[in-house]
Design a binder for this molecule. Structure first.
Ligand SMILES: NC(=O)c1ccc[n+]([C@@H]2O[C@H](COP(=O)([O-])OP(=O)(O)OC[C@H]3O[C@@H](n4cnc5c(N)ncnc54)[C@H](OP(=O)(O)O)[C@@H]3O)[C@@H](O)[C@H]2O)c1
Length: 299
């Protein structure tokens, strides 16, 4: 049994991880952005860069999943700043708090995303690929760098380059599945952009694997082994939900509806999980069809 601190514990991945850890008898400490009101809650204020470091004493591991939602609002200049600051400031404050402890945790799993690779087109990227360009790529690069203080203090630091997490409870699935159910599904733009997805259950299993993988540090792609194009994903979802998905939302309409965020939807990453596979992780849902079916039938 170990004591694991989690930021973003109320989020899609965080709440599933907390359930998984609790079910196996681990003690979970939640970092909360309000006054703590239950045992096991520790205060932090990522916007101001404050962490109650004393509350983290005795933790064996920290999983850092906090950040303002990428798709929650239109990307105004103010919201782009919030997307960035919530990650970069929060991560820096957390890493420094961990480094200041007499006995730091043995491992920090720190959030990042495959957006770091930019738009990779047809090119397959693993963890050795260099960062790309664009807003999200720059945010991810700075977000990863902000975890540096923990690594320098000797904490094994893993950078979680997460792909599109498939679940009906949040993220892409919560937005797409209802549209497909109404028969309004369709490809986005040309549909040739790659989706590197991962089923929520595989993401949580990969986090549990990485907590125990004592020799793994640095970037790790959390994506299933077989990325698909948006066109192929649309076909599979239409079939799984027994609804035709005849529509195509042209790129100009996406730009009009979503503003700058459309560039993220129209871009793609063809990322593969080389390090997870090398370290013996096995995916329950390696292809899009099994991941979509798992997401659609989640409790
Ligand atoms: N889901 C995906 O497809 C995906 C893909 C790539 C990367 N990621 C990254 O993985 C992490 C977890 O993803 P998720 O899907 O679980 O996200 P999520 O459901 O949006 O949850 C993120 C959590 O972060 C905290 N948060 C919200 N706004 C914040 C702010 N302004 N400052 C600091 N914390 C804030 C909240 O937790 P509290 O209220 O408990 O603090 C929230 O529940 C995120 O950093 C996300 O960018 C996710």
């Amino acid at each position: 049994m170990s004591r694991v601190a989690v930021t973003g514990a109320s989020g899609l991945i965080g709440s599933a991880l907390v359930r998984s850890l609790g079910a196996d008898g681990h003690e979970v400490v939640r970092l909360v952005r309000r006054a703590p009101r239950a045992p096991g809650e520790v205060a932090w204020d990522p916007a101001r860069g404050h962490v109650d470091a004393a509350g983290l004493a005795g933790c064996d591991a920290v999983v850092h999943l906090a950040g303002a939602g990428i798709g929650d609002h239109r990307w105004t200049a103010a919201y782009k700043k919030e997307i960035r600051d919530s990650r970069v400031h929060g991560t820096g404050a957390l890493a420094e708090a961990l480094a200041s402890l007499d006995r730091p945790p043995r491992v920090l799993l720190s959030g990042s995303a495959i957006g770091i690779y930019g738009d990779t087109g047809e090119r397959v990227v693993d963890e050795d690929a260099p960062p790309g360009s664009g807003f999200l790529a720059e945010v991810c690069r700075d977000w990863e760098e902000a975890a540096g203080a923990a690594a320098e203090a000797g904490v094994r630091t893993v950078l979680l380059r997460t792909g599109l997490v498939l679940s009906r409870h949040g993220g892409l699935g919560a937005r797409l599945f209802p549209l497909f159910r109404l028969g309004l599904g369709g490809r986005l733009g040309g549909g040739g952009q790659y989706w590197s997805f991962i089923a929520l259950r595989d993401h949580v299993a990969a986090l549990r694997h990485l907590l125990d993988a004592a020799d793994v540090s640095g970037p790790v792609n959390l994506t299933a082994p077989h990325p698909v194009t948006n066109r192929e994903a649309t076909r599979v979802l239409g079939r799984a939900l027994r609804r035709p998905a005849p529509f195509a939302v042209p790129a100009p309409a996406l730009r009009l509806a979503l503003g700058e965020m459309a560039e993220d939807v129209l871009a793609g990453q063809r990322a593969v999980p080389r390090r997870l596979l090398e370290t013996g992780f096995s995916f329950a849902c390696p292809d899009f069809e099994s991941a979509a079916r798992a997401a659609l039938t989640e409790d």
